[in-house]
Design a protein around this ligand. Structure first.
Ligand code: F6R
Length: 243
């Protein structure tokens, strides 16, 4: 496990963007696993800036997103499809044929889960997976539970996740109750994993995940077992860790 300390959100975003851009430069047709939420927005802004300066080329990059809400259309501003277009895809020269995000409105959800797993395999698996950390220790939408999930599946969102994500909606009642997410197994198969965490509110769960017992009750704790895991976190998030 490699841990890089950042002073603040902006510094964290820049350091993580450097790692992602190195991946793109080393392997221009790499498969990037991407995340949504507040954590990666600064990274995407930084990557866009470098793209505009002609320092990065996304033309051969392939992407797979971690998750999507169930029942939300991709043109809905609350969908993760929309988020990705707004924050990254419409701002760089990525070929939309190379973009993969689970389809939250597919009437055949089981089929969608299977075909998402197949799509990831068919493009050669994930070279680098970007992750944020949920306030309850989730990664993707793998909520705390009794076992580690293997593959892409449908989940019922935890109350704490609904509470945390209501900031993107009018109120908590508007937050979808279900999502489609890569499984823990899907995430762990990525060749490299890069997690970004900022803010004091995640300090306790971050310490628990990275120094506590490996348990599905704290899904991110599985990352302790990944052979190439990098964390970039700010001072506040690292408050309880001796690094
Ligand atoms: C997002 C995702 C989630 C978030 C996590 C942290 O695609 O899968 O696991 O990474 O909930 O969210 P933020 O970054 O908004 O604190």
């Amino acid at each position: 496990m490699k841990i890089y300390r950042a002073h603040n959100y902006q510094d964290m975003s820049r350091k993580a963007a450097n790692i992602l851009s190195a991946q793109i430069i080393i392997k221009p047709d790499c498969v990037l696993g991407l995340a949504t939420g507040s954590s990666p927005i600064g990274i995407y802004d930084q990557l866009v800036e470098w793209y505009k300066k002609d320092d990065l080329d996304f033309s051969r990059v392939k992407t797979v997103n971690l998750d999507e809400y169930v029942g939300i259309d991709e043109d809905n501003p609350q969908s993760y499809h929309y988020f990705m277009k707004q924050n990254l895809f419409s701002r760089v020269n990525i070929d939309m044929k190379n973009v993969h995000i689970p389809e939250g409105t597919n009437p055949d959800m089981e089929g969608e889960c299977l075909s998402y797993e197949r799509a990831i395999e068919s493009i050669g698996g994930i070279d680098m997976q970007l992750l944020g950390l949920g306030p309850n220790g989730h990664i993707g939408f793998n909520e705390p539970g009794e076992c580690f999930t293997r593959k892409t599946h449908i989940v019922d969102l935890a109350e704490s996740t609904i509470e945390a994500n209501k900031r993107f909606f009018e109120d908590a009642s508007q937050v979808p109750r279900q999502a489609i997410t890569m499984g823990i197994g899907t995430i762990m198969k990525a060749k490299k994993i890069l997690m970004v965490v900022d803010g004091e509110k995640k300090a306790k769960v971050l310490k628990e995940a990275l120094t506590g017992e490996v348990t599905p009750k704290v899904p991110a704790s599985i990352l302790q077992l990944h052979p190439d895991f990098t964390l970039v976190a700010d001072d506040e998030a690292l408050k309880y860790m001796n690094v």
